[in-house]
Design a protein around this ligand. Structure first.
Ligand code: SAM
Length: 457
């Protein structure tokens, strides 16, 4: 067997793609190695969402160039969003790279690698191909939680975002291929799937017949042995009453919703081309909380978008407190080549972005900790991951709302079980608890929601 080393930057979709590439190459006698010095082929899966992500890749390619200078037979490939966006720049700045290919070409990775070996020259493939579902996985991939891509691409054209350029237009996988993948994962021991798409709640409208995420989740819910369903990332513009009802009614769908706001200012939202106002966003939050009162909400926010004034920023800070998010991801605006915002006037200086970033993080941490404290003395459903990393002798798992819980329970419940845990302590980044009484824990078959009083998020 030849050795493959994979380096993955960026989002869950990239993690998913890397795993599929490893699976495809395994069928061509490449086995995974953790050690890049051991590898015959190194593939770098890249992210282009912010400049910092790209800088990391070029710096890594510099290191790999030195490795290749010592071992000329080593093959180095670049895949993913940067490959799509910067193919020529990669070839110019990193001539040690033998192979550059975009996400649509993943299905052909084995042919591309063979072509480089055969022709002994760099190969570049950033073309468009029909959408195929790749379900090949590396041998090491059997695990309790898995991502499942349900659609590719994005057609929102937010003025800050490169995704429509790097990942193309929206294309949904048919429900039956998704179900087949989920069944295969569950047969390998998977208990929780996260359905992935850049705008996952636009799922299905391009299919014939058209369908939607709510219908897909009802189908996935019926897969026996699966315990939990999550989905990300949703766009407020496509959030329908049907999806809200599905989060309430489909038992395995967790009470956890990631809903990027980006900015709390209507002026900025318009300039971002987000397609909703602050008031419309708040109406959606109200509808979600009316349907699922204890739902956990998380969001993405951008600070320092071109033209963002102190008043715009204050509106974002105010939204964080008003919505009371359980978790917030804050990003400093990064101009992306070819996007409208990159050439807008009034770019914000880095020092102001850094200062707003710090202020926003302070508020989001404070709000999230207050939200976490409401879990004290609740009984929560925990999907057990296994031994706790930092607390010897304890188990660790996650609530339906995605909070980490550490508790004593070795020998009573095991990885993959749904346990019920009384929360006894709320820490900044996790919860601690004790197992509920023996007759209550160990819902091994999965899928049964907690009794009403115990449903957590
Ligand atoms: N499709 C989702 C949406 O827009 O609602 C999000 C996908 S994106 C991969 C993840 C997050 O990165 C975005 O929600 C946004 O907050 C952030 N992001 C995207 N482009 C950015 C940019 N140019 N600068 C800073 N942050 C950015």
């Amino acid at each position: 067997m030849a050795k493959l080393h994979l380096i993955t930057y960026g989002c869950q979709m990239n993690e998913y793609d890397s795993e599929r590439v490893a699976g495809l190459l395994r069928e061509h006698r490449y086995e995974l190695t953790d050690d890049e010095r051991d590898a015959d082929l190194i593939l770098v899966n890249t992210c282009a969402i912010r400049e910092k992500a790209e800088d990391k890749v070029f710096s890594k390619l510099g290191e790999l160039g030195k490795l290749k200078a010592k071992r000329p037979d080593l093959m180095v490939g670049v895949m993913g969003c940067m490959a799509q966006l910067h193919k020529h720049e990669i070839q110019r700045r990193a001539p040690q790279v033998d192979l550059v290919f975009g996400s649509p070409a993943i299905a052909h990775v084995a042919d591309l690698v063979a072509q480089v070996r055969r022709e002994r020259r760099p190969v570049l493939d950033t073309g468009e191909y029909p959408l195929v579902k790749i379900t090949a996985k590396p041998a090491s991939a059997s695990r309790l939680k898995a991502y499942v891509t349900v659609m590719e691409g994005c057609e929102k054209h937010c003025t800050f975002c490169v995704v429509p350029t790097t990942r193309g237009r929206e294309r949904s996988h048919p429900p039956e291929t998704i179900l087949a993948e989920v069944r295969g994962l569950v047969a390998d021991g998977c208990r929780e799937v996260t359905l992935l798409g850049q705008t996952v709640n636009a799922y299905g409208r391009d299919l014939t017949p058209a369908t939607d995420l709510a219908a897909l989740m009802a189908l996935v819910n019926d897969v026996a042995g699966l315990a939990r369903i999550r989905f990300t990332t949703s766009n407020p513009y496509n959030l329908t009453p049907r999806l809200i009802d599905a989060v309430r009614d489909v038992p395995k769908v967790c009470e956890w919703f990631h809903l990027p706001l980006q900015s709390g200012s209507d002026r900025v939202l318009t300039r971002m081309n987000r397609g909703y106002t602050r008031a419309q966003y708040l109406t959606l939050v109200d509808a979600l909380r009316a349907a699922v009162p204890d739902i956990s909400l998380s969001t993405d926010l951008i600070v320092g978008f071109p033209g963002e004034t102190e008043a715009d920023f204050a509106a974002t800070m105010e939204m964080v407190e008003r919505v009371a998010y359980d978790n917030v991801f804050v990003f400093r605006y990064s101009p992306r080549p070819g996007t409208p915002a990159a050439t807008m006037p009034e770019q914000i200086p880095p020092a102001i972005k850094a200062e707003r970033n710090a202020r926003l993080l302070e508020v989001t941490t404070h709000v999230a900790q207050a939200r976490s404290r409401r879990r004290l003395h609740q009984t929560v459903e925990v999907l057990v991951d296994g031994a706790a990393k930092r607390h010897a002798g304890e188990l660790s798992g996650r609530t339906r709302c995605n909070r980490v819980v550490n508790f004593h329970g070795q020998g009573r419940v095991a990885a993959g079980d749904l346990a019920r845990v009384h929360v006894t302590e709320v820490l900044p980044h996790s919860l601690r608890g004790v197992l509920a009484s023996p007759e209550e824990f160990g819902v091994r078959s999965g899928g049964a929601p907690c009794p009403e009083e115990a449903v957590c998020s």
